[in-house]
Write a protein that binds this ligand. Structure first.
Ligand SMILES: [Mg+2]
Length: 394
């Protein structure tokens, strides 16, 4: 069966939440990220701030220079992660196959849901409406036969856009797609591609796989597929993944200068959480244990961990847990040199599990949209794993 994938990406997520909750910030260049520290980074810039060249991951120092009248906001990550959770719940009203890839974006495999809506576009429109109605926030959506194209598409008409790539317009789309827009191609690779006469995705198609591998190694193979608008078919089966499964996934950041700035450190934890969650989901795994590693400026190390009742794989959950652990670290008398997050007690599955979303708020089950019920009726209860949670409880 041909797949239909939606990529849902919230528009200027953190900044939009700040503008939503504070009238005075609306229509103004809002930059989320702490201002009083030169090491601070921009986590999100509102569209008004982007006009000045400010973008996420830029240093606050640079952002201030580009946009001196910008309004710098500390950011409330607990609030963002709550909103994120809510958004992914809404996504699950349209398909049980929701794969979050960061706090504000997710892939939705809607292949099985289309018969219950007029079309994939209808799903996208309804999803945008529901997010707008419930959270007063906008998102952009790309619709395509695979994840890579869907992700490229969602970025084409931001904010609040819907971009569809199907077999009728794929060729045209690839012809006009600059290589820089392809995920995984940075400035350097783009430069190299241009030297080979490759400026658009379509140009890749004329080149042989051998030539691309010769110039780009392993990535060349991926490029070859990208030129045809395809993803490399996944070669690793569940069995193989089980064989090579990791016992844990971790990531850490060492700071050039030790810090006791809680907000800055919290931002770094978000970056680390993003990385570990992404790697976790690449392996189609969930984790049951989370640890926070802290190295102080005197080089002593403290590790705090927690074993969870339910498996987790989403950033929102990792932020929440790690923030709780981090609160126990005394910053008044200590400076921190390194932060790390480790996810352990991993469980591997073919599909990322639908997690215990409904455990906390059972009443929500009754509010699940008709669409989900319809899917459930057609494919049986098992396809929607909230059924499983209900069983567990009874
Ligand atoms: Mg976004």
């Amino acid at each position: 069966m041909n797949k239909t994938i939606l990529h849902m990406d919230m528009d200027a997520f953190f900044a939009s939440i700040e503008q939503r909750d504070n009238l005075e910030l609306r229509g103004k260049p809002v930059i989320v990220g702490r201002e009083d520290s030169n090491r601070g980074i921009v986590t999100t810039a509102s569209y008004e701030a982007r006009k000045y060249g400010v973008h996420s991951a830029m240093s606050i120092f640079k952002a201030r220079r580009l946009c001196p009248h910008g309004i710098f906001v500390d950011g409330n990550y607990e609030k963002y992660s709550k909103a994120s959770k809510k958004i992914f719940e809404i996504c699950r009203n349209f398909t049980p196959k929701v794969y979050p890839i960061s706090i504000d974006e997710a892939f939705l495999d809607v292949s099985g849901s289309i018969p219950y809506f007029k079309s994939a576009k209808e799903i996208a429109v309804k999803l945008q409406e529901k997010i707008k109605d419930e959270l007063f926030l906008t998102c952009s959506i790309g619709i395509a036969p695979n994840k890579m194209l869907a992700k490229i598409a969602s970025d084409m008409q931001k904010p609040a856009g819907i971009t569809i790539i199907n077999k009728d317009n794929l060729d045209e789309f690839l012809k006009e797609l600059p290589v820089e827009k392809i995920p995984g191609i940075g400035k350097k690779t783009a430069e190299k591609l241009k030297n080979l006469g490759i400026f658009t995705a379509k140009n890749i198609e004329d080149k042989s796989e051998t030539l691309l591998i010769k110039h780009f190694g392993k990535f060349g193979k991926q490029l070859y597929y990208m030129g045809q608008g395809k993803e490399i078919p996944s070669a690793t089966s569940l069995d193989e993944r089980k064989k090579q499964k990791a016992k844990s996934i971790s990531n850490e950041i060492t700071f050039y200068q030790s810090s006791s700035d809680r907000n800055y450190l919290q931002q770094q934890l978000i970056k680390i959480a993003n990385k570990v969650c992404y790697r976790l989901r690449l392996k189609n795994a969930t984790a049951k244990k989370i640890s926070l590693k802290v190295k102080f400026s005197d080089l002593t190390v403290k590790t705090l961990d927690r074993t969870l009742q339910n498996d987790i794989c989403y950033e929102a959950d990792v932020y929440r847990m790690v923030t709780e652990l981090f609160r126990r670290i005394d910053l008044k008398n200590n400076k921190i040199r390194l932060l790390g997050i480790k996810l352990a007690a991993l469980e591997f599955s073919d599909e990322v599990k639908q997690l215990d979303l409904f455990k906390e708020k059972k009443e929500k089950v009754t509010r699940i949209s008709q669409a989900v019920d319809k899917i459930r009726n057609k494919y049986g209860r098992k396809i929607i794993s909230i059924g499983k949670n209900e069983n567990n409880k009874s």
